[in-house]
Design a protein around this ligand. Structure first.
Ligand code: FAD
Length: 537
């Protein structure tokens, strides 16, 4: 048994940052316990290969599958999560987003002191290496490099001309004073490679003698004595081991695994623990509740080949691009297969409530999930098509994470309840019609052909609803399952301390009381940064 000042469980977006920041102080010792390993697979570094890594790699992916979704034809939604140093930042889409300033002000209104936009902005800036100049919203020189996506010269200009004609705003910086509008996305890529939290925060910190990183070490239980978390039990190389914390244990296992570990430790709703024969250490009813994610659909339309990624996926051109990327870190491989990004309001002026912030995020892709390398006479290309991912930013539906078994190596049960409310369903009807209007506008319409998903026949509310039920997935942004708060369902307080226990905090996506209106990686990094300050006092 070893002893350390701080134990962090999980080296993901929040945990890797927290470990790097806490170990800046040479007087404290930090042990980071990670179930995955240090991954060196070249595909993980290649931005264009994101669609391959997100669903692949059982070694570096927990590859969970959700429960049958009652409002989505009982489909089970796939839930990939990163299992490696860097966690989900190792397999994610690298899109940089902070959400809307109002999202954080709402956290503050819930009574969470220190979490308003004004409070969290310095933490976003602390980690940031912005593509533009430093200003009130951005900083340069931080570890997390954000690059501006290089637009393609076919689809992007036509698309931007079409949305301008329809009266939408153009937005160069979605993370300045105004989020709304269409533009090219900000991506976390450093010198052509994925800017994971492992590469940008953790690997440099691993040189420090006061930081111990245990890999392939699966945490199985937090040990609590007299109301204080004192030790972490884990299994490594088939052996059960224990590490003791003289100061604190911080859980950063993500929105599925953190509630699972609490439940396995006897911390959670007493009745659910009883179902699995787990002795109650601390009855905390909110553990695993309040799960939120962004429901998402991908609309697909046929397109002329030159407007798609297919010409660049011809095997000989792709091979040259890989060589260019290896030599210079530039070119098509160093870019994500996304071209335009919009934070938009789904009601037209005068047609519905006057929304104070965008309620949908759109991502235009010059390709579809069927994209693949091809070569004439040997293998056909995927159909010439483009896709629009449409993401509901503030769903009303709430889900849960529960134990399937008391076995710490069994996957948790996950239910999102996607489309669980009429407002969530009505949102997707507006979205389908909004995207169709854009697709029908020149000069974009000149390069698009027949709509594929949904088919042009799906016109009535009922027909669109039927397609949406079959097509909805989640954007893989689970949060909220161990939420900060002040009421009886709160799992931790505004200092991230687990309520009712000593020496135990949570720092990851699970603490968000409500999901932010944007991709969640940057918010998790911000939580890691802020947790370090809260712990250091
Ligand atoms: C495929 C995919 C695409 C995404 N795309 C984007 C995007 O483009 N932009 C964006 O902003 N966000 C994106 N996200 C979401 C974003 O990456 C996550 O919100 C964020 O990484 C979550 O951070 P976290 O610290 O909460 O958890 P994670 O980063 O998932 O880290 C948890 C870590 O804990 C480890 N762990 C878990 N349980 C244990 C245990 N029992 N013992 C030891 N270690 C354990 C895990 O292996 C993992 O390393 C995407 C996510 C996925 C999966």
């Amino acid at each position: 048994m070893s002893e350390t000042d701080y134990i962090i469980v999980g080296a993901g977006s929040s945990g890797a940052v927290l470990a790097a920041r806490l170990s800046e102080d040479p007087k404290v010792t930090v042990t980071l316990v990670e179930a995955g390993r240090r991954e060196r697979n070249i595909l993980l570094n290649m931005p264009i290969a994101f669609p391959l890594v997100m669903m692949g790699g059982s070694r570096y992916n927990w590859s969970y599958t959700g429960e049958p979704e009652p409002f989505a034809n009982n489909r089970c939604i796939r839930q990939p999560r990163g299992k490696a140093l860097g966690g989900s930042s190792m397999i994610n889409g690298m899109l940089y987003a902070r959400g809307n300033a109002r999202d954080y002000d709402e956290w503050r209104q819930l009574g969470l002191e220190g979490w308003s936009w004004e409070d969290v902005l310095p933490y976003f800036k602390r980690s940031e290496n912005h593509w533009g100049e430093a200003d009130a919203f951005h900083a340069k020189g931080g570890p997390l490099t954000t690059t501006k996506h290089l637009p393609d010269n076919q689809l992007f200009p036509r698309f931007m001309a079409a949305v301008a004609k329809l009266g939408y705003k153009r937005q160069v910086d979605h993370h300045g004073p105004d989020q709304e509008g269409w533009g090219s996305p900000d991506i976390n890529i450093h010198r052509g490679k994925r800017a994971s939290t492992a590469a940008r925060f953790l690997y440099p910190a691993m040189k420090r003698p006061n930081l111990t990183v245990l890999t392939q070490a699966h945490a199985t239980r937090v040990e609590v004595q007299d109301g204080r978390a004192v030790a972490l039990h884990y299994r490594q190389a088939g052996q059960d081991k224990v590490v003791r914390a003289s100061r604190e244990i911080i859980l950063s296992g993500g929105a599925y695994n953190t509630p699972q570990l609490l439940l396995l430790s006897g911390i959670g709703p007493a009745d659910h623990l009883a179902e699995h024969g787990i002795a109650v250490v601390h009855d905390l009813p909110g553990v695993g509740q309040n799960l939120q994610d962004h429901p998402s659909i991908a609309m697909i339309t046929g397109a002329q080949r030159q407007a798609t990624l297919n010409p660049e996926l011809r095997f000989d051109r792709l091979a040259l691009s890989v060589l260019q990327w290896l030599a210079t870190g530039r070119g098509r491989i160093a870019n994500m297969p996304v071209t335009a990004n919009g934070w938009i309001k789904t009601y037209s002026k005068g047609e519905g409530p006057d929304l104070e912030r965008p309620d949908v995020q759109y991502l235009l892709q010059p390709t579809t999930i069927f994209a693949r390398p091809w070569f004439p006479g040997i293998r056909k290309p995927a159909p010439d098509a483009v896709a629009m991912a449409c993401v509901l930013l503030r769903p009303e539906s709430r889900g849960w994470v529960k134990l399937a078994s008391a076995d710490p190596f069994a996957p948790p049960r996950i239910l999102n309840n996607v489309l669980g409310t009429e407002n969530d369903r009505a949102f997707f009807r507006r979205v389908v019609r909004q995207v169709r209007e854009i697709w029908a506008t020149a000069p974009l319409s000149d390069v698009l052909t027949t709509q594929i998903a949904p088919s042009p026949q799906a016109q009535s509310d009922a027909e669109i609803d039927a397609w949406v039920r079959e097509a909805t997935n989640t954007a893989l942004h689970p949060v909220g399952s161990c939420a900060m708060g002040t009421g009886p369902m709160a799992v931790c307080d505004a200092q991230l301390r687990v309520r009712g226990l000593q020496g135990l905090r949570i720092a990851d996506a699970s603490v968000m009381p409500s999901i932010v209106g944007g991709n969640t990686n940057a918010a998790c990094i911000m939580i890691g940064e802020k947790a370090a300050d809260l712990i250091r006092g």
